[in-house]
Design a protein around this ligand. Structure first.
Ligand code: 13P
Length: 252
């Protein structure tokens, strides 16, 4: 079977509960999803339950948390656990986003622990990686991203790795309007698939969905998604408007 095509929205710290639920419902109402295409809404923690209820039972639409804590529970003021997500039937979590890495100091070790915690709780991690501009310019981005994969994901067994979704998000393209060209995205996605083949095997690599993120817009989505190793997108700003997000979904 062909690997899954996925359009995920990352709302970040945006929307009120009311606006967020309406946004998800509007997308649900109008989205025409092909057989192998699914949509994930990455929403603020306060919205998870309501958005999940708002979209109802669906095999094609899911809700993702934007973060969680790697510990099972206890004295971690302000944090949420895997078990809490499971309790409201949230089965996806975005991990290792560059904003978590850069602003909140999450390192590879912490992200690896969160990945394991997600897998152990049957939550699908959407693992983000991607290089800053300086590394892109130095041409060392392939080894930079390789190290992120190795340190954040490659501790997993083959069976567990096959449950992971990857999002390549070059930091220089996030929120800047400066998207990677389809060729730039394809180059690194293909390299990542090669790394997965080498670490695991070709079957697992072929089945891994690798999304591109960083200024995905209605105007550039089709070209990005037409690349053979780009299996969808992780969309920030443009996922906040139903019309734009729908246009991106329908570009898949
Ligand atoms: P933008 O689409 O706003 O560039 O954000 C990308 C992103 O960070 C998604 O996780």
């Amino acid at each position: 079977m062909a690997r899954k095509k996925i359009i995920a929205g990352n709302w970040k710290m945006n929307t009120t509960l009311k606006d967020g639920v309406k946004l998800a419902k509007d997308v649900k109402k109008k989205a025409k999803l092909g057989k192998n295409v699914s949509v994930i809404f990455g929403v603020p923690a306060t919205h998870l339950h309501a958005v999940k209820m708002g979209i109802g039972r669906s095999t094609k639409l899911s809700v993702a948390a934007q973060n969680f804590n790697a510990n099972d529970g206890g004295a971690f003021t302000g944090e949420i656990s895997a078990n809490m997500l499971k309790g409201i039937s949230v089965n996806h979590v975005i991990l290792g986003h560059s904003e978590r890495r850069e602003i909140f100091g999450e390192d590879d070790k912490m992200i690896a622990a969160k990945v394991s915690q997600a897998i152990n709780n049957k939550i699908t991690p959407i693992f983000c990686c991607g290089e800053p501009l300086k590394i892109r310019k130095s041409k060392k981005y392939v080894s930079f991203v390789a190290a992120q994969l190795r340190k954040g994901l490659f501790h997993l067994s083959a069976k567990d790795f096959s449950k992971v979704i990857i999002a390549y998000e070059p930091i220089w393209a996030i929120g800047t309007g400066m998207t990677a060209s389809p060729e730039q995205a394809q180059e690194i996605h293909k390299k990542m698939r090669g790394m997965i083949t080498k670490k695991y095997n070709a079957k697992i690599a072929n089945n891994t969905s690798i999304l591109y993120g960083g200024s995905v817009k209605p105007a550039n989505a089709k070209e990005l998604f037409s690349q053979p190793d780009v299996d969808g997108g992780l969309v920030g700003g443009a996922s906040l408007k139903a019309k734009d997000f729908l246009a991106i979904i329908h570009a898949m």
